[in-house]
Ligand binder design. Structure first.
Ligand code: BGC
Length: 768
């Protein structure tokens, strides 16, 4: 654990420069806007350890899979989010000496991520090898309003001299991915052009043929007045820039404002990439840094109105939840149905920036409540558009008749994971994808979605489950063999309770959805039947599976068993592990982990979380008490689910402990891995731990429920939720709950299971 950041309600602040923390900070201070994003790399040259990261959403590279012994069914490639050409660079020299924080004396260094307004700020004093001392201030953002623009204002004031400052703003296309499987570079450079005051670079991904255009423009100011120093135009094969030099007196300030325009072939015809990128950069330069920033700030303030959570009396928790919300909002904005939420977002390479079940299981609950319904709908459409590929994926594995197996990892609908042993059999992702449709409908009331898109996905998934189960003559039950549940510390097991549960839930829900569409829109139903080549007879087997599925259960303990053989394992408790051996995935052999009963992440409890209304509180408590001590939470997706359930069964202390652990996972670097990037998808789990955990928000039968509790560390907390187009603010303290309506119609809900109505734009207060 690393604790070097200052607590603050709205900012993440690093004081003092320590190169050992630099890569962690590069992740933590990342900025993005849904369309592009970047790690908090320095603008000027830095020769210390650094992970360069600049990403354009939706641009990936199919890096050939690396395995020892190839087997049928292995994915051909692992899709990587690409480190793309770097447009932030501004090299600096002072009287001929290069500014490089790794090599000079640095004082009064502060790096700030202002989450309220969405910008990155760096201030410091540096004494160079020539003893010249300067004060530097660099502010940078990628615009939420003008989403293809980014801007930097970089100012230098000489402290103990008058002399020459040179700025070299540039675009660098000679970049690489650290996680490249074969040490290849993934980009070709198609065009470079530098002129006085501007430059352009166009790059193309090998194999996947994405093209991106990067244009820059800049202006230089001396004491806030625009000046026009001569520029040396530099154009290399993969690098374009300008070098300018300016005479600055002691105490004066020289400033460069650099504007970028970024286009990609996802959004433009390839022959328009250049003109559009140049136009974007000129537009930003013309608009000016301040106005560009004002509009960006305004967008952030609109986002915060709906997604902020306020916590009084606990600054660590307050800072952490805003950090999580900030990163989620800058990773995904819901404007483009081809995009999704990668587990590392725009903050690092690992996990390829591709789509996992994390989106449906974790991110959708967040976006559903904090964004207009369109945002979640886009995430559902993403999967709808991938349905033909999911059917192909299933066909490759021997399934037929339109059975769909969605990939565990994907960039374009094709399976592209690179860990066969673990990921291949995690078919539970199909369950999360189906459940997300239900979750969307119960929160938005948009049942039309079923006939438009949802039913096709549900039928494809149900056909898969129906073919994937086996009827066991010995048990006279359906069984599901050879799977991996969410707990990746057991592979190729039989009858994972969670997977079996989600499968039957899904079959039942699909049947109900079929009946619904048939009754509501018979014409469309007939059309869909033809599209899907669907025969109602299929549902007879589905219902038989629902009625006769085997669910492992231990009669003595009265606990659902994670899988058939779970109790054959030596039963050990996580607390008894030697702390020096944790996390076990960094100390134990894989074989030892698989044989142990230690659970990486919520599995049976994940099922109880998702389908909570099927279980009594007593059942949840029993299962929680059994599984929590055996869970090592070595996935960031785990503690939040345990936290929600702990709140539900009144273990508030435990819920708080789990909440804090997820919410500060990256800020305090619990797993010593934040330098690789942030855990973006688990950040949504943090939000769940407050709103669904402490706030007790549920949406059963399309009705809204709140059952708030409050951890004793907090004086008060408040969150805002959307439900069926209505917007509510909820404030909870020890004594009361206030519900404030921002809706133009009355809102009906249940608080502690009693019906209440909040009139339009009014509030009600209920004693706790
Ligand atoms: C977890 C998976 C998750 C993946 C990406 C793994 O460590 O076990 O459930 O989908 O990370 O976040």
């Amino acid at each position: 654990m690393k604790k070097y950041l200052k607590y603050d309600e709205w900012c993440i602040i690093e004081e003092g420069f320590n190169p050992a923390n630099h890569q962690a900070s590069e992740s933590i201070f990342s900025i993005g806007n849904g369309k592009m994003g970047q790690r908090a790399n320095f603008e000027e040259k830095y020769s210390g350890e650094s992970l360069q990261g600049s990403y354009v959403a939706g641009v990936y590279y199919p890096d050939k899979t690396r395995v020892g012994w190839w087997k049928n069914g292995y994915p051909e490639y692992f899709a990587k989010v690409l480190n793309s050409p770097n447009w932030i660079g501004i090299n600096v020299t002072i009287d001929g000496f290069e500014l490089d924080l790794y090599k000079c004396k640095v004082d009064n260094f502060t790096r700030t991520l202002n989450m309220k307004e969405g910008f990155l700020l760096r201030e410091f004093e540096a004494t160079l090898e020539n003893d010249k001392k300067i004060s530097v201030k660099a502010k940078r953002f990628v615009s939420m309003a003008d989403t293809e623009n980014g801007a930097i204002r970089y100012s230098i004031t000489p402290i103990n001299f008058s002399g020459k400052i040179s700025f070299t703003p540039y675009i660098d296309g000679d970049i690489e991915n650290e996680d490249s499987n074969y040490d290849e570079k993934f980009w070709n450079i198609l065009d470079v052009q530098a002129e006085d005051g501007s430059a352009y670079l166009e790059s193309q991904t090998k194999k996947s043929d994405f093209r991106c255009g990067f244009a820059m423009k800049y202006i230089v100011k001396l004491n806030e007045k625009v000046v026009k120093p001569n520029a040396e135009v530099i154009q290399l094969n993969k690098w374009v820039g300008n070098q300018i030099e300016i005479e600055v007196k002691e105490g004066e300030t020289a400033c460069i404002e650099k504007f970028a325009g970024v286009t990609s072939s996802l959004n433009y015809a390839t022959d328009a990439l250049k003109s559009q990128a140049e136009e974007l950069a000129s537009f930003a330069c013309h608009k000016g840094f301040d106005k560009l920033f004002e509009d960006h700030k305004q967008k952030w303030s609109e986002k915060w109105i709906h997604s902020d959570i306020k916590i009084k009396g606990d600054i660590a928790a307050q800072q952490a939840i805003r950090f999580n919300i900030f990163h989620l909002n800058q990773t995904y904005t819901g404007e483009d149905e081809r995009l999704n939420v990668g587990p590392k977002g725009f903050t690092g390479e690992k996990y390829g920036g591709t789509t996992y079940w994390d989106t449906e299981a974790y991110c959708i609950p967040f976006f559903l409540m904090t964004s207009p319904s369109q945002v979640t709908r886009q995430l559902l459409i993403y999967r709808y558009k991938h349905l033909p590929r999911a059917i192909e994926n299933a066909e490759k594995l021997g399934f037929k008749n339109g059975a769909a197996l969605y990939p565990m990892v994907t960039a374009n609908g094709e399976e592209c994971h690179n860990e066969w042993e673990i990921t291949f059999e995690e078919i539970h992702r199909n369950g999360a994808i189906a459940f997300a449709i239900h979750n969307y409908i119960r929160h938005t009331g948009d049942k039309k979605y079923l006939e438009e898109y949802g039913l096709e996905v549900l039928v494809g998934i149900s056909r898969f489950w129906s073919q994937r189960v086996t009827f066991s003559e010995a048990r006279k039950k359906y069984v599901m063999l050879g799977v991996t549940g969410p707990n990746e510390y057991e592979n190729n097991i039989n009858n994972n309770w969670y997977t079996n549960k989600m499968a039957t839930w899904c079959l039942k829900y699909t049947k109900e959805s079929i009946d619904y569409v048939k009754a509501e829109n018979p014409e469309r139903y007939e059309e869909l039947k033809a599209i899907m080549n669907f025969n109602e007879e299929e549902t007879v087997r589905w219902m038989d599976i629902v009625d006769n599925m085997h669910f492992p259960y231990n009669e003595e303990l009265k606990v659902f068993m994670q899988q058939d053989g779970f109790m054959d394992k030596e039963q050990m408790m996580a607390d008894d592990l030697d702390p020096a051996e944790r996390p076990i995935n960094q100390h134990w052999s894989w074989d030892r982990i698989l044989r142990s009963n230690f659970i990486k992440q919520a599995d049976t409890l994940q099922g109880m979380y998702v389908l909570e209304e099927q279980f009594t509180e007593e059942e949840i408590r029993r299962n929680f008490d059994f599984y929590e001590p055996r869970t090592v939470h070595e996935s960031s997706l785990s503690p939040c689910v345990h936290s929600v359930l702990a709140s539900k069964i009144g273990k508030i202390e435990k819920a708080y402990e789990m909440y804090l652990r997820t919410s500060r996972l990256d800020l305090d670097d619990y797993n010593a891995e934040v330098h690789e990037g942030l855990h973006i998808t688990s950040m949504a789990g943090t939000w769940m731990a407050i709103v669904e955990g402490f706030g007790g928000k549920r949406a059963y039968d399309e009705k809204l429920y709140l059952n708030p509790v409050i951890p004793e560390q907090w004086e008060e907390y408040a969150f805002r939720i959307r439900f069926k187009g209505k917007d509510l603010e909820v404030r909870v303290n020890e004594n009361e709950i206030e519900i404030i309506s921002h809706a133009s119609l009355p809102v009906e809900l249940f608080v502690y299971d009693k019906p209440v109505t909040v009139e339009e734009n009014k509030s009600i207060t209920i004693s706790r």
